[in-house]
Design a binder for this molecule. Structure first.
Ligand code: DHB
Ligand code: FE
Length: 293
């Protein structure tokens, strides 16, 4: 059977990808940010999964404002990194897992979550920057990413966006789907985006360290409570783009402790790594690695 072994959470700031692609990661501005991922690169080398179920948001790249799916699952066998206006990032093509993705779609849709099936999609910084942060620089031709990736896109760009509670419940349905796939696969689920940031309007540049760290604490210890945070609190406290954090609840809902009726601290996943850094471009960067016990 397939099983979820760990979840990874990370911001996806596009300037991080640009810093890597342009050889700037050792510059004083960027060095402390990348240092926070040194542990993670070693950890993932020792814990490379077969498949990453990667929850991310598209930034009007693959989906224009013409068509906006709330939840979209990638069922293709490959995904090309998108040109977001500065040329394609020099990173490898992302290879999918169509069989597992189709199985998850079947199971989750039967569990009453309406997913959009995506058979062709280019992937933007929301997906490629987390891969780069965890796996480091990879030669687009000779390197390749070391595992398959199922992209799962969530609309957090155009209101109405899904609630934290719905994302959390969806995570539970995704766990059930993965655990019922009849092949012995090691799967990780990643929640990406966030933390506090606002890119527009009078409050552009907003960062809220207190909110972010309280969110990390609650996501680890009491995710059911974090799932109850209403949209307005994300927007007020973490800025208009802080709403990306609802995606972290999908990954957290898929962790093993959440399948128990009463999850206690004793069942909680192990925190392998926690990192928080300000600033990266306009964004507060948060990062967690949680392992199932
Ligand atoms: C920035 C952050 C984002 O999440 C994004 O999608 C685009 C830009 C930024 O901090 O510049
Ligand atoms: Fe973003």
């Amino acid at each position: 059977m397939a099983r979820i072994t760990a979840s990874v959470y990370t911001s996806h700031v596009p300037a991080i990808g640009a810093a890597m692609d342009l050889g700037k990661s050792t510059e004083p501005y960027w060095q402390p940010l990348f240092a926070g991922y040194d542990f993670s690169k070693q950890w993932i080398k020792e814990n490379t999964p077969d498949v990453i179920f990667l929850v991310f948001n598209d930034h009007a790249t693959a989906f224009s404002l013409d068509m906006i799916p709330t939840f979209a699952i990638g069922t293709a066998d490959q995904y090309t990194p998108a040109d977001e206006g500065f040329g394609r990032r020099p990173v490898p093509t992302v290879y999918g897992h169509p069989e597992l993705a189709a199985h998850i779609a079947q199971s989750v849709i039967q569990d009453d979550f309406d997913l959009t099936i995506v058979n062709k999609m280019e992937v933007d910084h929301g997906l490629t920057v987390p891969l780069s942060l965890m796996f480091g620089e990879r030669d687009p031709v000779k390197g390749g990413w070391p595992c398959k990736v199922i992209p799962f896109a969530v609309n957090v760009v155009q209101y109405p966006v899904p609630s934290g509670q719905r994302c959390f419940n969806l995570g539970k349905a995704i766990r059930k789907a993965i655990e019922s796939f009849d092949e012995d696969l090691n799967v990780q689920i990643w929640g990406t985006g966030g933390m506090s940031h606002q890119l527009q309007g009078a409050r552009a540049g907003l960062i809220n360290k207190e909110f972010d760290n309280a969110f990390l604490d609650q996501l680890i210890a009491d995710p059911a409570a974090a799932a109850k945070i209403p949209h307005i609190d994300y927007v007020r406290e973490a800025g208009s783009e802080g709403i990306e954090l609802v995606m972290w609840l999908i990954a957290r809902g898929a962790m093993a402790d959440q399948k128990l009726e009463t999850a206690t601290a004793q069942h909680a996943p192990t925190v392998k790594h926690r990192f928080y850094h300000v600033p990266a471009s306009n964004t507060a960067v948060g990062h967690l690695i949680l392992e199932n016990n």
